[in-house]
Each structure stands twice: as structure tokens, then as C-alpha cells.
Design a protein around this ligand. Structure first.
Ligand code: FEO
Length: 156
């Protein structure tokens, strides 16, 4: 769980880097969306932090890898985010398999929340990637989508 907590903090850090990349290119809607997503990842990491502590475990905070800071285009950023979500899901599923094998019912219940959450996270990132593929090189489409994603009010 400490390792999964590190992945969630890693996602927080990666999405912050993505937000900075967007902001530097004046895609302020995508930047805002990604900053909210980063905050959501921090809250996921903290769920592990609190759970480890609640169960009498020791929270171990390892170093985070330096996130990638440059991408080819907007689509490449969201493709990378989608790929990262798939990796996060794999980690959650491995943890769940371990909790089953260990008959750790409390951890199974805790991880169920994440399994459901990852379905949403993967769906959301896939939808964004699909929309960006439709938009392609159309600048006005890209600017409209930037504005639309900028309308996200809170972490979902
Ligand atoms: Fe915490 Fe987006 O996975």
C-alpha cells in the first residue's frame, strides 16, 4: 500500500507537470482541469496514507520520480495521462488480489472504492483522448475544448 500511495503521489506530480505544460502554452482550461486532477490524486494518496495508519501500519514516503515535462502536443499529454491511469488500475488490481489471497477483508473493502474510482478515471481519460483525436489539428476545435474542460468545477 505504501508503493500504491507513492504511485498516487506520482500521478499528482505528473499531472501538475502536465498542468504547467498547458499553462505555458496558454491552454488555460486544460491546465485548470489537470490541476484539479492532480489534487484528486493527492486525495487518493492520502486515502492510502490514512488507511495504512488506521490499520497500525507504518507510512513510508519514498522519493518520487521526476515527472516528464514535455510532450509533442495536447493529445500526447492526455494519452500519457490515460496510460498512467491504466498503470494505476493494474496496481490496485494487484493489491486487491493480494488482499483476497490474505483474506484481508478490511483491505478488500477499502480497495473496492479504488476499483470503482479507476473505472471512472479510465473512462474519463479515454473520452478526452477520443475527443482530441476527432479534433485533430483543428485549432478552433482545440480552443473550444480547452474552454469546455476549463469549466470543470471540482475534482470528480
Ligand atoms: Fe488515483 Fe487517477 O488514479
Amino acid at each position: 500500500m505504501n508503493e500504491q500511495m507513492r504511485h498516487e503521489f506520482g500521478a499528482y506530480y505528473l499531472y501538475l507537470a502536465m498542468s504547467a505544460w498547458f499553462a505555458r502554452r496558454n491552454f488555460n482550461g486544460f491546465a485548470s482541469w489537470m490541476r484539479m486532477q492532480a489534487r484528486e490524486e493527492e486525495s487518493h494518496a492520502m486515502k492510502f496514507f490514512e488507511y495504512i495508519d488506521d490499520r497500525g501500519g507504518e507510512v513510508v514516503l519514498e522519493a518520487l520520480p521526476k515527472p516528464k515535462a514535455d510532450w509533442k502536443n495536447v493529445l500526447a499529454v492526455f494519452e500519457a495521462a490515460k496510460g498512467h491511469e491504466a498503470k494505476v488500475s493494474t496496481g490496485i488490481h494487484q493489491l486487491y488480489a493480494l488482499a483476497l489471497a490474505e483474506k484481508d477483508y478490511a483491505s478488500q473493502a477499502m480497495l473496492q472504492w479504488f476499483i470503482t474510482e479507476q473505472v471512472e478515471e479510465e473512462k474519463m481519460s479515454s473520452q478526452i483522448v477520443d475527443t482530441l483525436r476527432i479534433i485533430g489539428d483543428n485549432s478552433s476545435g482545440l480552443l473550444m475544448y480547452d474552454r469546455e474542460l476549463g469549466g470543470r468545477k471540482k475534482a470528480e
